[in-house]
Write a protein that binds this ligand. Structure first.
Ligand code: SAH
Length: 255
């Protein structure tokens, strides 16, 4: 059994180890964020089980997903759980491995390029910089109510005061609220923001804006996985490593 990070989207951002494990899979369990083209690395006869979900749309409940992993693995099959980005960054990988451990199933975890890192690279924004940001925070903009420490919520004012580069996952739907909390916490409305949708895919879009203006983009970002980068480092945005610059739509503002 292995949990494999699929990377952010572009097929060639999968790790070589991930590719090798896919090539050995009897069963692959995947969802929306993993690029479906990655399934081409699996043997033709491998069973492909889609358990997708995105942006609040219905999907298989998490318990059923873990149930599939356990029952397939107990058959002695090589199961690959393919998860977008890194399996242990906002991917519920922690819940899946807890169930596997309880069932006595051995597993291997293969890291993947997480969306924040991919988004930064694709637009040439260094998430840390000796002069501008000595820390970086990966934070969820979507707190699921009623569960564990997330119930207490993210301490946005503390993040505003930290001066860290903020990489906000799943933040589009609550962007206006998040911006309000950051500004209440002392962040300047002029703080630069980059929003990268579909990072590393041909459909990648980039919006550069400021904290005060950012929420106006929420509507057009609906349904597109988007990473929001907040911090002075956004000013340094260059061309990055994206070779699809021509398709990047940029909404420029004076930063
Ligand atoms: N495990 C994943 C994160 C899953 S949470 C990882 O490590 O990247 C889903 C969120 O990830 C999305 O709402 C979005 O904020 C972000 N995301 C995933 N893929 C992305 C992409 N290609 N471009 C921009 N954001 C992405």
């Amino acid at each position: 059994m292995s949990l494999v990070g699929a990377g952010p989207g572009a097929v060639d951002l999968l790790t070589i180890r991930g590719q090798r494990l896919l090539a050995q899979a009897d069963v692959v369990v995947y969802d929306d964020l993993a690029n479906a083209e990655l399934l081409d690395f699996c043997p033709d006869e491998a069973r492909r089980i889609y358990v997708g979900k995105r942006g609040g749309r219905r999907s298989l409940p998490q318990e059923q997903i873990t149930q599939i992993l356990v029952s397939e693995a107990l058959k002695g099959l090589h199961v690959v759980r393919l998860k977008g980005g890194d399996p242990l960054v906002f991917g519920r990988g922690g819940e899946e491995i807890a169930v596997l451990a309880e069932a006595g199933i051995a597993y291997e975890i293969v890291p993947g390029v997480t969306a924040a890192v991919a988004a930064g690279a694709s637009i040439g924004v260094p998430l840390t910089h000796r002069e501008h940001a000595s820390s970086v925070v990966f934070v969820t903009g979507h707190e699921c109510a009623g569960k564990g420490p997330e119930q207490e919520g993210v301490n946005w004012p503390a993040l505003a005061a930290s001066g860290a580069t903020l990489c906000i996952y799943m933040g589009v739907r609550r962007l206006a609220e998040i911006v309000g909390k950051l500004i209440d916490g002392g962040a300047q409305g002029t703080t630069p923001v980059a929003i990268v949708a579909n990072a590393t895919l041909r459909s990648q879009e980039l919006y550069t804006t400021t904290l005060a203006e950012a929420a106006q983009f929420a509507e057009q970002l609906k349904g597109k996985p988007s990473l929001i980068i907040v911090g002075q480092v956004v000013r340094l945005a260059g061309s990055g490593t994206s070779h699809w610059e021509s398709v990047i739509s940029q909404v420029p503002v004076a930063l």
